[in-house]
Design a protein around this ligand. Structure first.
Ligand code: SF4
Length: 377
């Protein structure tokens, strides 16, 4: 009998079997990458200049438009690619593959497993030669072909980290689909993507774009539990498990229901989200994802029901988006606002609070603190 003591089912996770790089040990020594100070997290300018000279510059220009830099990206957070990696790892039947320096992949895999990924993070290694000759792209393409088994996966996500993005490794040239498995290539370099939040948007937006094109091309899978008979809102942003239920209870008096949350946990949820008439953009960083909702003709309502005025405004914006009669909206507001006013009155905050966070949820918390009387910092 085994004496091994286990605390969870992590040991049962299926491990993707890779194989050693053909030319490992040949050519330039591996340390050329790790020892070169111009190729690390703090060499953004050097890599951005390199990327500006290849086709990936178009992607970086788009990121610069979508994700303005500002105080939120300083000091630099840990590798932003963790955001998109986590979105992929949380989805059912989705494989994730990283293309980047071994030290970056080590750090990202380590943190993924720390957060309970319970599945393999694929990696296509490279050296100077495979990078400059284009062999790295061929290796990525081979890896994707090997992984694309429709019995196991709905999609394979390949992510270019800093060095392959700066070197112009062209993930856009990967096939869209292999054996019915969608192939999604994204570039998430630390020098073009401010934080995790924007990285999550890059993958969520790329997936929604793919799903939108599938919807336009013909019938798609129905939602798992069937379609809700009430008009629904999709929810955009990271949620605690109870949040959609609370939001659902708040819009129930308007005759509405909550739909799926994006970033999604399953591919078919993307179709269901696109099927919702309105998307509630709870967090502010999902520019690419909102662009897809907009292209699908769906209306977005920003912010969240937080505090007294915030809740009143949110309910009236949601009601307006669905054309709910103002009397019905007022009735819903009267159900929730008095208790919010009471709670704020009974729990005043006197003082200055320093608040930090990421992904935008801190903005909602700040609003609540200010409503409670706190001075922001
Ligand atoms: S991929 Fe991430 S860890 Fe690697 S150099 Fe870029 S920002 Fe740093």
């Amino acid at each position: 009998m085994s004496k091994e003591v286990t605390y969870d089912t992590a040991a049962d996770a299926e491990v993707i079997k890779g194989h050693p790089a053909e030319n490992a040990g040949e050519g330039l020594p591996q340390s050329d990458f790790t020892a070169d100070q111009s190729l690390g997290c703090h060499s953004g300018n050097t890599m951005a200049e390199a990327a500006a000279n290849n086709k990936n510059s178009e992607i970086l220009e788009k990121y610069a438009e979508d994700y303005p830099l500002g105080p939120h990206d300083k000091p630099q957070s840990m590798c932003p690619a963790f955001g998109s990696l986590r979105v992929g790892l949380r989805m059912r039947r989705v494989a994730t593959v990283l293309s980047g320096s071994a030290c970056c992949v080590y750090g990202l895999s380590f943190v993924s497993h720390f957060y309970g990924a319970r599945r393999s993070v694929g990696y296509v290694p490279f050296n100077s030669e495979t990078l400059v000759t284009g062999k790295l792209f061929e290796d990525i393409r081979d890896a994707v072909h090997e992984l694309a088994d429709p019995d196991h996966y709905d999609a394979v996500v390949v992510t270019n980290l800093c060095v392959p993005t700066a070197s112009g490794v062209p993930l856009r040239l990967l096939p869209n689909e292999i054996n019915g498995v969608r192939i999604i290539g994204i570039d998430v370099p630390g020098f073009g993507v401010p934080t995790h939040a924007e990285a999550k948007d890059i993958l969520a937006g790329a997936m929604l774009n793919f799903a939108r094109q599938e919807v336009e091309a013909g019938p798609v899978q129905a939602p798992d539990g069937g379609k809700n008979d009430r008009p629904s809102i999709a929810i955009l942003g990271e949620m605690f498990p109870a949040d959609p239920m609370v939001l659902g209870a708040m819009i129930e008096p308007l005759g509405l229901a909550t739909g799926p949350v994006l970033p999604a946990r399953e591919w078919r949820e993307l179709y269901a989200a696109l099927d919702c008439q309105v998307v509630a953009a709870i967090h502010p960083f999902y520019t690419a994802t909102l662009r897809e909702f907009d292209a699908a003709g769906r209306q977005a309502v920003g912010s969240a029901p937080v505090g007294y005025d915030g809740t009143a405004n949110w309910l009236s914006s949601i009601g307006e988006a669905f054309g709910v009669p103002s009397k019905q909206v007022a009735k819903a507001q009267n159900m929730f606002l008095p208790s919010i006013r009471e709670a704020l009155k009974n729990n005043p905050i006197n003082g200055k609070i320093t608040l930090s966070g990421y992904e935008g949820s801190e903005l909602l918390v700040a609003r609540l603190l200010i409503d409670s009387g706190a001075e922001g910092n």
